[in-house]
Design a protein around this ligand. Structure first.
Ligand SMILES: *Cc1c(COP(=O)(O)O)cnc(C)c1O
Length: 380
């Protein structure tokens, strides 16, 4: 069945180019692909295959062991898959069945792993100041005296990686360097996308790269060095004109000051596009950036297309972020960040056979349909 739908185009070649950019900046450190949350909504299986098969990426991070199991199916046996959330007793079988490596975040998780999976490699997460997840420095002696624990990777996470000049960065780096010395045989991992750009000193042995791969700028105050990856477009299903004084949308929050041409596009907050962009955001259509007017509703967004050419027609696609309208600008107009915009749209797109899946995903390679060995039979 062919219907008019919003569409999320994902260029896997751009993801690979972004991977190479980071890997080249790393002076020998390994770049691991962070593909948690279904690769930030873009599809962990296709992204994992592209990084594994085209870039020889050998290490991946997911949040849940279910994500790890699905990724293992997609990329095969010859890569390491780390699970950020760490193990619980009932879930241990999934680790051995899918050759997953846990990130141990607490003394309890470390004890469980040492007892049930003795000498099996694990990563250790040290909290160096973010106070979110990981072991505090005072817990390290308990870890070191634990028998059966095989710590292969020691990692920590920056809390201010988007701000290159934040003093937290160096403070965390110092604490991490000191604690990591207690594990001389383990590989060290510290930087996410932002950290990798801030300093070569942060690269250590393995960087964990997420958002940069997906074309979002990891730094607040620097130009984006990554190529655009994801493009969200929605078809126009109605065109009409309004006179000065007429209102648009629920609550009549927008009132035209002059005659305007409007286009109604098939996209709404039900597809994960934030309602917060009402009367603030914009979409790129027929060569012009067209403001969103009125409130965004569940299925529909109205654009002021007065600046677009007369040739604009039903079925033309408005770009809500992508090559012509950068995702970081679109996210800012929604009062959020690229991470949330991507995972919000992509989270609903993933389940597109279900009722929520109205945004169709399409995988590309340099603008053409992606090869099936990457996209899978379903992805095109
Ligand atoms: C999500 C995450 C990353 C990746 O961060 P990006 O900013 O997307 O590169 C790395 N490490 C940890 C612990 C994470 O939770």
């Amino acid at each position: 069945m062919r219907t008019l739908n919003p569409r999320l185009d994902i260029d896997l070649a751009a993801i690979c180019a972004n991977y190479r950019l980071i890997a080249a900046a790393a002076r020998g450190a390994e770049a691991a692909g962070v593909v948690k949350c279904d690769a930030y909504g873009l599809g962990a299986e296709a992204v994992g295959r592209a990084l594994r098969r085209r870039e020889n990426c050998r290490s991946f991070f997911v949040a849940y062991c279910e994500e790890g199991a699905a990724l293992r199916q997609a990329i095969g046996p010859d890569a390491e898959i780390f699970v950020f959330n760490g193990p619980i007793e009932e879930g241990l079988l999934a680790y051995s069945a899918n050759a997953l490596t846990p990130v141990l975040n607490t003394v309890e998780q470390a004890g469980l792993w040492a007892r049930e999976m003795p000498d099996t490699p694990a990563a250790l997460h040290i909290d160096t100041g973010m106070n979110r997840l990981g072991l505090g420095p005072e817990e390290i002696p308990a870890i070191r005296s634990m028998r059966g624990l095989n710590i292969d990777v020691v990692m920590s996470h920056l809390s201010c990686a988007s701000d290159a000049s934040h003093p937290m960065n160096d403070r965390q780096h110092q604490i991490f360097s000191e604690i990591a010395r207690a594990f001389p045989r383990a590989r060290k991992s510290f930087a996410s996308s932002g950290g990798a750009l801030i300093s070569n000193e942060y690269a250590f042995d393995m960087m964990r790269i997420g958002v940069g791969l997906y074309g979002v700028n990891p730094l607040d105050a620097a130009p984006n060095r990554f190529a655009a990856v994801a493009t969200l477009t929605a078809p126009v299903i109605q065109l009409h004109a309004i006179r000065a004084g007429e209102a648009v949308g629920y609550g009549a929050t927008f009132v035209a000051e002059k005659e305007l041409r409007l286009a109604t596009a098939l996209l709404g907050y039900g597809d994960g596009y934030p309602r917060a962009a009402s009367n603030r955001g914009a979409a790129y259509l027929a060569g012009a950036l067209c403001p969103i007017v009125g409130r965004i509703s569940m299925d529909l967004i109205v654009l002021d297309v007065s600046a677009a050419p007369d040739s604009l027609a039903i079925g033309d696609r408005a770009e809500f972020f992508g090559l012509n309208h950068p995702i970081d600008a679109a996210a800012a107009a929604c009062g959020t960040i690229g991470y949330e915009l991507l995972t919000g749209i992509g989270g609903l797109a993933r389940d597109r056979k279900g009722l929520g899946g109205r945004v169709h995903r399409r995988y590309l390679w340099n603008g053409s349909p992606a090869p099936e060995d990457l996209a899978g039979a379903e992805g095109i």
